[in-house]
Design a protein around this ligand. Structure first.
Ligand SMILES: N[C@@H](CCC(=O)N[C@@H](CS)C(=O)NCC(=O)O)C(=O)O
Length: 208
């Protein structure tokens, strides 16, 4: 296996944290996405969505989309506690929260960042008003997470799951939008501090 990524990019971090939680090591290839390396014919021939992360399998086939990659890694490296949930209800709750975080959190955050910063204006039309609206949607979504974390230790229930990884990456990312988790969101704030101390996440945090 080989993982095409850019370590600090949020979607690649979802897979990296997952791998570290599972204790799986995979050779990595750095892709210069800001420089447009992912736009090349060669990369697009490998990646259906033309983006990172991208996992190359030993049979020469490829998987894109961070959650699909994590699901494959989970099923090929099963452990006592699955990060996708262990019972039918747990699995459904993890899936529910994954979709909520992906659709209402990460997608809005990415749209805000891309349209406001213009980092990818070489490959897409940036619409400032859409960026502003997406940023507002991110802010409006935060209480949903705070409320959920007032009821359970982790996003999808009592166990740490891939939904926490997605939410952690989302909350880390919104600093780029000048959005902070303040004391008005106490449960979300406390959860973030706890999750940041997990050995898997500490192991990926660059030393200052
Ligand atoms: N839904 C995809 C999102 C992948 C994605 O947007 N990757 C970004 C980096 S975080 C990328 O490759 N951007 C380059 C581009 O848009 O050209 C996933 O979860 O893997």
């Amino acid at each position: 296996m080989k993982l095409y990524e850019l370590a600090q990019s949020p979607s690649a971090r979802r897979v990296s944290i997952f791998l570290a939680e599972k204790g799986i090591e995979v050779p990595r290839v750095n892709v210069d996405i800001r420089g447009g390396e992912n736009l090349s014919v060669e990369f697009k021939a490998k990646s259906l969505n033309g983006r990172i992360p991208l996992l190359e399998l030993d049979d020469g086939s490829y998987l894109c989309e961070s959650v699909a990659i994590c699901r494959y890694l989970e099923e090929t490296h099963p452990s006592v506690n699955s990060l996708f949930g262990n019972t039918p209800l747990e699995r459904a709750k993890v899936e529910m929260w994954q979709r909520i975080i992906e659709l209402q959190g990460l997608t809005a955050g990415f749209q805000a960042f891309r349209n406001l910063s213009g980092v990818y204006k070489d490959r897409e039309t940036c619409v400032e008003a859409w960026g502003e609206e997406s940023r507002i949607r991110v802010i409006d979504f935060l209480p949903t997470l705070d409320q959920q974390l007032s009821k359970s230790a982790f996003v999808a229930g009592d166990e740490f799951s891939i939904a926490d990884i997605s939410a952690y990456v989302f909350i880390s990312f919104i600093k780029n939008l000048d959005i902070e988790v303040t004391d008005s969101l106490p449960h979300l704030k406390a959860w973030f501090i706890t999750v940041a101390q997990r050995p898997a996440i500490v192991s990926l945090t660059p030393k200052k």
